[in-house]
Design a protein around this ligand. Structure first.
Ligand code: AMP
Length: 233
């Protein structure tokens, strides 16, 4: 049996971590359209250049291009039994395309998991996030054990001050993504999420395939809820 799962949730809801667990448990790959488009940076053909320009401007890639790229990815052997979709579909046109595409293969969207997180927590998860070279993630507000954090004013006193972080044990400096360091960029991402997902949430709710998961819990508890939701499909 195939398993097509759509993961939805505001940035910081933990989609990436949970997608890894679904991948391992169910043997289906995560397909992120953002990652597919970023991978095109290495290419110089016309389509790749067009996508790069669109992404740099912060706009969405057009639906035909996006749908074609997803269809292409779903045709690859590792995706024959299903995928976890992240960042796609972003609107009803893409959702309808996906449904029709899966129907042709005798498959369907089995579940849409909406990882729900209040937006204040979402803001803090992004704004306070730093990561180590081994991929481990820490957070100024939620997960600061073993990390020395300090706010450092800029020389010209520009606001906000920089958040410096290093591992207490080794002194390794931890990195903060530039788009996480900007409160305005985080707020814009949250706004875009709200605008684009509300119609889709209603769309999938009407089909009774939307499952709401409380993402304001530990990673293990969120995972337990996801397993329960997926075992019921
Ligand atoms: P993400 O990593 O999901 O935030 O995606 C990064 C960028 O890729 C977005 O800002 C869009 O330009 C593009 N993108 C990703 N997924 C889609 C999609 N489903 N439809 C249109 N554009 C997308």
């Amino acid at each position: 049996m195939s398993l097509y799962v759509i993961l939805m949730g505001v940035q910081g809801a933990g989609k990436g971590l949970q997608a890894k667990r679904i991948e391992e448990r169910f043997g289906i790959p995560q397909v992120s359209t953002g990652d597919l488009f970023r991978a095109m940076r290495a290419r110089t053909d016309q389509l790749a250049r067009k996508v790069q320009d669109i992404m740099a401007s912060g706009q969405l890639v057009d639906d035909d291009t996006t749908n074609a790229i997803v269809a292409d990815r779903l045709a690859q052997a590792d995706a024959w039994n299903g995928v976890i979709l992240d960042g796609y579909p972003r609107n009803e046109i893409q959702a309808a395309f996906l449904e029709a595409h899966l129907r042709e293969k005798g498959a369907r969207i089995n579940a849409v998991l909406l990882l729900e997180l209040n937006l204040y927590a979402a803001f803090k998860r992004a704004f306070g996030r730093v990561s180590a070279s081994d991929g481990a993630s820490y957070n100024y507000y939620f997960n600061a054990d073993g990390v020395d954090f300090s706010w450092k004013p800029h020389e010209d006193n520009a606001f906000p001050p920089r958040l410096d972080a290093s591992l207490a044990a080794t002194g390794e400096a931890l990195l903060r993504r530039p788009d996480d360091a900007s409160a305005d960029a985080i707020i814009q991402r949250i706004d875009t999420f709200l605008e684009t997902t509300q119609p889709l949430i209603r769309y999938f709710e009407a089909q009774e395939i939307l499952r709401k998961i409380d993402a304001d819990q530990s990673i293990d508890l969120v995972w337990a809820d996801i397993k329960r939701a997926l075992s019921a499909v």
